[in-house]
Design a protein around this ligand. Sequence first.
Ligand code: NDP
Length: 295
Amino acid sequence: MTIGKIIDGKLFAAGLRAQVAEGVAAFADAAGRKPGLAVVLVGEDPASAVYVRSKGKMTVEAGMESFEFKRPDSIGQEDLLDLIEELNEDDRVDGILVQLPLPAHINEAAVIAAIDPAKDVDGFHIANAGKLAVGEKALVPCTPLGCLMLLKDELGDLSGLEAVVIGRSNIVGKPMAQLLLQESCTVTVAHSRTKDLASVVHRADIVVAAVGRPEMVKGEWIKPGATVIDVGINRVPALEEGKTRLVGDVATAEAISHVRAITPVPGGVGPMTIAVLLRNTLVAACARRGIAAPD
Ligand code: NDP
């Protein structure tokens, strides 16, 4: 039995952050200021607070300016839109990220639409989604772009490969499919209505699972030699009572003997997301100043 490779997303992300830090230093020399990332956190969700803290820390470590705006759950939509408008106008801010999900009384789509597309480092604004769809230069959502970087690092040229993306969300599945299409893969997008998912997945040279269902993709579904990117982050009970652990959407222990390579959870796609966010902030800063951005 051959055992596939575990892709070290943590290591790759550290390399990307180091590259970004070099680009940040060059930007600061040319522009006379650091690139700035503003993160808006509404409410007290502990998981979101952890993400925001770690984003802030890594932003500063990359040599950028980090601006954090915490607002209570009770904030009204107009006040939140006013804050976004202020950040749009603030020249020190190159990237704006609104931590999702937002409280139910706030219209998430309206908030995303209010962000200046040139500062939309999450790549969720419809202008950036549209540019990605027609193959124009865009700010691309961080998680799928991170997945693509890992795939290209592992496989090189992706042209002609069969790719199956499981999940069709606007933040992962759809942009992932667009990116793979741009790489000339033959792309299938599967979702909750897909019939016989096992045989759809079995066609794929590349599987990207972005579902949110613990270990749903079974080892025997995977074509021998396929490369698997597991985006899912699911908390499940651990063996030790009262404890929990994280698992992905793929049953890794089964899949490992089928794959060429697979990302682990944790330590695969997760670390890439923040590294790409920093990269997107640098790209946005360079574009706003008319400075050539690093690749
Ligand atoms: P969504 O809930 O928005 O989308 C899930 C998708 O999975 C939907 O398109 C849904 O189909 C599909 N789906 C649900 N059940 C099935 C099924 N039984 N068979 C096939 N498809 C199914 O999730 P996200 O895209 O936001 O996130 C997906 C996962 O990735 C989550 O675990 C999330 O935590 C993780 N994630 C990880 C990130 C990271 O940094 N590593 C970043 C972002 C997300 P339908 O459209 O038909 O309902």
